[in-house]
Design a protein around this ligand. Structure first.
Ligand SMILES: NC(=O)c1ccc[n+]([C@@H]2O[C@H](COP(=O)([O-])OP(=O)(O)OC[C@H]3O[C@@H](n4cnc5c(N)ncnc54)[C@H](O)[C@@H]3O)[C@@H](O)[C@H]2O)c1
Length: 313
């Protein structure tokens, strides 16, 4: 599994190890950390199965060939859309070239299938006016280098299926949030960290932009199911519920018991205004449904950051 030391990856590894799978993690630890693998290690992930390698380099791909896994789960990526704007070259190196290397290695070592993390929040682009959510057959018109690199990775997976008979499932993830997320990586984590450290939360734009927020534990369950199910091309993993950024910020503040007093910064280029995913295919093909509601999920994130009561209080 690539990218297993990341935010999503750590949860996916734990869910696979918990159900008895032997997992080997390939990660260059550029944004990932051993902390994200703590739970998986307590469940039995062996230290020898944690390899620090760059999957965009030949030695990373050789690790896959040597290990000969039956299923390759590919999450390693530049997952930060803002970084893709600053450095589209780096973004494409990891997300496009890295994925081609992983697909080539998987095909050459006879893997049954590849399960990869796509980005439902960015590969489709904007939710058209009047539409409530997007299904997997919607046109794909990304508006950021990150969305384009993730879409290109998906297209390469499709080509590898056509050319080399390597089947895949691409889980098109909505906005993933949950405990352990880097505060630079999502509005729930950023707002919770800001409030926990006594700062005012920051909203880019007017806060009326919408996203589909899916909890990381539900995402990990989707990967576990996809690993064990027949390959099914692209499958959206989202809640189908469209939520305004401003409402998420307000809910985080409410959980901390503080007034909502956000600061505003200009909208960032490359961000969609609205997005929400149709998840009926995931229910049909994977038997997957989201189980954690946003209010409950935010409360969990806030709990992990809330300062402990002073002793004797
Ligand atoms: N978090 C989200 O909201 C979200 C939404 C849609 C899709 N995704 C996708 O899910 C996957 C995981 O995202 P995340 O949020 O956990 O991000 P993350 O940055 O926490 O995880 C990415 C992992 O990949 C590793 N990595 C990066 N470049 C590498 C390289 N060249 N070689 C080996 N390892 C490398 C990093 O060290 C990290 O552990 C990514 O593919 C991302 O595009 C995430």
């Amino acid at each position: 599994m690539t990218g297993g030391a990341g935010f999503v990856g750590g949860h996916v590894v734990a869910s696979l190890v918990a159900t008895g799978a032997r997992v080997r993690v390939l990660d260059d630890f550029s944004t990932g950390s051993m902390d994200n693998l703590c739970h998986a290690r307590t469940l039995g992930l062996a230290d020898a199965d944690i390899r620090a390698v760059d999957i965009a380099a030949l030695e990373g791909q050789q690790e896959i060939r040597d290990w000969r896994p039956s299923v390759v789960v590919h999450l390693a990526a530049n997952a930060a859309f803002a970084r893709s704007i600053r450095d589209p070259y780096l973004d494409a190196r990891i997300n496009v070239l890295g994925t081609i290397g992983v697909l080539a290695a998987a095909a050459s070592c006879g893997a049954e299938k590849v399960v990869l993390a796509s980005s439902g929040g960015t590969v489709y682009g904007e939710l058209p006016a009047g539409a409530a959510r997007l299904a997997e057959d919607a046109p794909r018109t990304p508006v950021s280098p990150y969305g384009l690199s993730k879409l290109t990775a998906d297209r390469y997976a499709e080509l590898y299926r056509e050319l080399f008979g390597l089947p895949h499932t691409a889980l098109a993830l909505a906005n993933v949030y949950g405990p352990g997320q880097d505060p630079g990586a999502g509005v729930v984590a950023a707002t919770a960290r800001a409030v926990a450290t006594g700062r005012r939360p920051l909203i880019y734009g007017d806060g009326r932009q919408t996203r589909d927020f899916v909890h990381v534990s539900d995402v990990a369950e989707a990967f576990r199911r996809a690993v064990n199910a027949p390959p099914c091309a692209t499958v959206n993993i989202g809640t189908g519920i469209e939520t305004r950024i401003a409402d998420v910020v307000a809910e985080v503040c409410r959980c901390f018991g503080v007034p909502t007093t956000p600061r505003y910064a200009p909208e960032r280029p490359g961000e969609v205004t609205r997005i929400c995913l149709d998840n009926r295919r995931a229910a049909e093909l994977l038997g997957w449904r989201p189980t954690v509601g946003l209010v409950e999920g935010i409360a969990g994130v806030v709990d992990t950051l809330r300062a402990p009561e002073p002793a004797g209080a």
